[in-house]
Design a protein around this ligand. Structure first.
Ligand SMILES: C[C@H](O)[C@H](O)[C@H]1CNC2=NC(N)=NC(=O)C2=N1
Length: 101
């Protein structure tokens, strides 16, 4: 599927529906804080499954009690596309099940 870069306005509108997510340069990012290192690790594994299912992969960083995602679309020249937002929405759906953050 060919994907096009989103405009600044399109990104802004989509971010308004995704509290906690922000634009950092040309990347969509969010850091989740979890109740334990084990919970954070479980979230990483769950996100990895979603990323393989979507065939769209963020830089996914595990900290002590944190999980950070940073994503853009390589095939669209490293810009933010609808695919990045699709991933962000899917992660938002499952993150609450991993404990408070
Ligand atoms: C061959 C495979 O479909 C591509 O390499 C996929 C995999 N995951 C990807 N992830 C991201 N973030 N951008 C891509 O363009 C991308 N392309």
């Amino acid at each position: 599927m060919a994907v096009e870069p989103l405009s600044a306005k399109e990104i802004e509108d989509r971010l308004a529906e995704l509290p906690g997510w922000s634009l950092d340069g040309d990347r969509l990012t969010r850091t989740y804080r979890l109740p334990s290192h084990f919970a954070a690790t479980a979230l990483v594994v769950h996100v990895a499954r979603i990323q393989d299912e979507l065939d769209h992969h963020s830089d996914l960083t595990l900290g002590y009690h944190t999980v950070s995602l940073s994503v853009h679309t390589h095939s669209a020249g490293g810009t933010v596309t609808e695919k990045d937002f699709e991933l962000a929405r899917r992660v938002e759906d499952i993150a609450p099940g991993h404990g408070p953050h």
